[in-house]
Ligand binder design. Structure first.
Ligand SMILES: Cc1cc2nc3c(=O)[nH]c(=O)nc-3n(C[C@H](O)[C@H](O)[C@H](O)COP(=O)(O)O)c2cc1C
Length: 307
């Protein structure tokens, strides 16, 4: 087992469409000890997809950083891990929780929860390919409420050599609704020797404390609570911090423009801005105006004048 060696116990989750290099950089600056790319298709990397590879861009200040892969074939996952583009990643995570039908139909994501033997093979192959870097798995409470097998899957992942296990306390059937089950995270912690990363519904200091104190989680992973709120890490760590949504949006946009073409950066930024302005007075009008921009200059102008 390889230790994660992080400066604190707060981790930014892999979030498809959101945990880009901009969000990750801001979250790091506000104290996240580790961040993850959004899920990246191992098959996409195998077939050399340009779109897939753009998800692998990172800024040097992001390290330590983890990449999350999804797939169902141990050899393809091992191949992806051994690519030169993945050398810079300090942690390799395998997605075993994605609930999306297209992914599940292919036997990937949360479908792996129903296939313990394959979980073993995938982790074993990934650990071998990772050459000493920690391999982690991100699982759910189970596939459905009548099959809560997180403990079994976590034990198998640990036996296969995983360095830590993330447990999102919902079943696949719950997608992102309902409440995360803290008891299952606690049970996993009591059942494995490797560190447990607790995940689900962390939005403030008290939900963070519950995850650490009640579940015994070694690390805490935040997803939705950090979208449009990169300062959540400093808040939970009780650190002094300065924050302005306007400055954060401008910095996020600049970071995206550093590696994406302008159209893509502006388009991706719209989704993020919807969260940055949430709860602000006049947020509906602000969004409407910003959504009508198509270049960086237009977006910057709108942000400068509206916020
Ligand atoms: C829009 C969205 C995209 C997500 N993408 C991923 C992903 O790429 N990989 C993954 O393992 N989990 C993904 N998740 C799940 C989160 O990482 C996390 O497990 C879940 O949202 C529960 O944590 P939270 O309550 O802090 O949001 C995604 C969740 C959301 C809402």
């Amino acid at each position: 087992m390889n230790r994660l060696n992080l400066k604190n116990n707060l981790i930014l989750a892999p979030i498809a469409g959101y945990s880009d290099a901009g969000m990750r950089t801001l979250c790091r600056r506000y104290g996240a000890a580790l961040t993850f790319t959004e899920m990246v298709s191992a098959k996409g990397l195998y077939y050399n997809g340009a779109n897939t590879k753009s998800l692998l861009f990172t800024y040097p200040e992001e390290r330590p950083i983890g990449v999350q892969l999804f797939g169902s074939e141990p050899e393809i996952i091992a191949y992806a891990i051994s690519l030169p583009e993945l050398k810079k990643f300090d942690v390799i995570d395998i997605n075993m929780g994605c609930p999306v039908p297209k992914i599940v139909k292919n036997g990937e994501g949360s479908a792996l929860m129903k296939n313990p033997e394959l979980v073993y093979k995938i982790i074993k192959a990934a650990v071998q390919a990772a050459q000493g870097r920690p391999v982690t798995a991100k699982i759910r409470a189970g596939f459905s409420s009548d099959d809560l097998n997180a403990v079994e899957i976590a034990c198998i992942a640990a036996q296969a050599g995983a360095s830590a296990i993330t447990v999102h306390g919902r079943t696949r059937d719950m997608f992102y609704s309902g409440k995360a089950d803290l008891d299952i995270i606690k049970k996993v912690k009591e059942s494995v020797d490797i560190p447990v990363i607790g995940n689900g519904d962390i939005k403030d200091n008290s939900s963070y404390k519950r995850m650490v104190e009640y579940c015994g989680a070694d690390y805490v992973m935040i997803a939705r609570g950090a979208i449009g709120k990169p300062y959540i890490f400093a808040q939970i760590l009780n650190q002094d911090f300065e924050y302005s949504a306007k400055d954060a949006i401008i910095e996020h946009l600049n970071l995206l423009c550093g590696y994406l073409d302008e159209r893509t950066a502006v388009s991706n930024m719209k989704k993020q801005i919807a969260y940055y302005v949430k709860g602000m007075r006049g947020s509906k009008q602000i969004k409407e105006k910003i959504f009508q921009t198509f270049t960086k200059a237009e977006m910057l102008h709108a942000v400068e004048s509206l916020l």
